[in-house]
Design a protein around this ligand. Structure first.
Ligand SMILES: [Zn+2]
Length: 367
């Protein structure tokens, strides 16, 4: 049983509350005075973070097999991420299928909530840190084979590619999240994608046609849609804090923080790889050696929350929900991302500077 003066409920401000943990689940969540036996924590008691867009950490990437995936997962878990998708960068469809299949056991045993395919169906004009040689238009057969693994929960694609809209329909029908990203789509094409079932913008503004007064592009279409959720990389580098703040005010409750973290996360500056491309990390910012394009981040979710609060004017509640309840809603998961009765006992304790001091996953303390 844990109690705090500052607990994050699904709604409203941080306020006193307590939870009872039994069998890895929250069996009671209450606002009343805590029972005497409750362990009163110092700081904010919040649900564990949910990261739907992360590529790795600790020198390891999710593309490199189960062992590497577990190594990377541990870094993010230590920073409070208790639910995550394994995001995979663009690859040749056969190799990609093998990579996904290798991760199936880690999804079945609950370590990952699924796989996020970021590519290979991306625009060569907006490839960012994806190898342009590996990009293609979506093929119905390869899509079916990937969906048949049963673990693909999210697919980022460029809707303007031939077959893009049909692919979005198929992904939505399969119960996964179609996300618009790495795209040169126009405003109109993006609206078509939304009508076909697209539910999220992959790292809004990054890797997409820009926002312009005569050509509003994908960002405006996604922002004006009342339902679409908007991924933000809140490291203060990918998106100017003023834009983070503006999106947050314009689309309340629809922003979700992601890390887009690559293998260098939790490590030092130096040389790394993203897929097959060489990346150099300087001052914590990874860039492709060849083109200088930003190649993911070295964020952890707790730092994204801190940047959102200190640089972009999010309230602590909004930043914490953007890192938990909103991404959980994107995945249509009711058992994670919120402190509610029946949810998995994924809890974090943050100090007043929003540093994560304790992490519990399914009721078990993570060291
Ligand atoms: Zn990306």
């Amino acid at each position: 049983m844990l109690a705090s003066e500052l607990m994050l409920f699904p709604d409203g401000p941080l306020r006193p509350g307590w939870v009872r943990i039994e069998g890895g689940v929250l069996t009671e969540v209450a606002e009343s005075a805590p029972p005497a036996e409750a362990d009163a924590v110092e700081g904010i008691l919040a649900p564990g973070f949910v990261d739907v867009h992360c590529h790795g950490g600790a020198g390891a990437a999710f593309d490199d097999g189960p062992e590497a995936a577990e190594t990377a997962r541990q870094v993010h878990l230590a920073h409070g991420t208790t639910t995550m998708l394994a995001s995979l960068v663009s690859d040749d469809p056969d190799r990609l299928l093998n990579t996904v299949q290798a991760l199936v056991p880690l999804v079945h045993d609950g370590r990952f909530a699924g796989v996020h395919l970021e590519g290979p169906w991306l625009s060569p004009q907006r490839a960012g840190a994806h190898d342009p040689d590996l990009l293609s238009a979506p093929g119905a057969r390869e899509l079916e084979m990937l969906l048949a693994t049963g673990v693909v929960e999210m697919v980022t694609l460029a809707p303007e590619l031939p077959g893009g809209i049909e692919a979005i329909r198929r992904i939505a029908d399969a119960g996964a999240v179609p996300a618009v990203g790495h795209t040169d789509a126009t405003y109109e094409q993006t609206r078509e994608a939304l009508a076909a079932g697209a539910r999220a913008a992959t790292h809004l503004f990054n890797g997409m046609r820009g926002l312009q007064h005569r050509e509003p592009g994908p960002a405006a279409a996604m922002m004006e849609d009342g339902e679409a959720l908007l991924e933000l990389i809140a490291d203060g580098v990918h998106v100017h804090p003023a834009m983070l703040s503006w999106v947050h005010r314009s689309a309340p409750g629809r922003c979700l923080l992601i890390t887009d973290a690559m293998s260098a996360t939790g490590g030092c500056d130096g040389d790394y790889r993203l897929g097959r491309l060489d990346v150099r990390v300087e001052g914590g910012v990874p860039r492709l050696v060849d083109t200088g394009s930003i190649a993911g981040s070295t964020l952890t979710m707790d730092r994204a929350v801190r940047v959102a609060v200190t640089e972009a004017g999010f309230s602590r509640e909004d930043a914490l929900r953007a890192a938990s309840a909103v991404p959980a809603a994107l995945l249509r998961r009711q058992d994670v991302g919120q402190l509610t009765r029946g949810a998995r006992a994924d809890l974090i304790v943050l100090d007043h500077q929003l540093q994560v001091n304790r992490v519990l996953r399914a009721g078990t303390e993570v060291s």
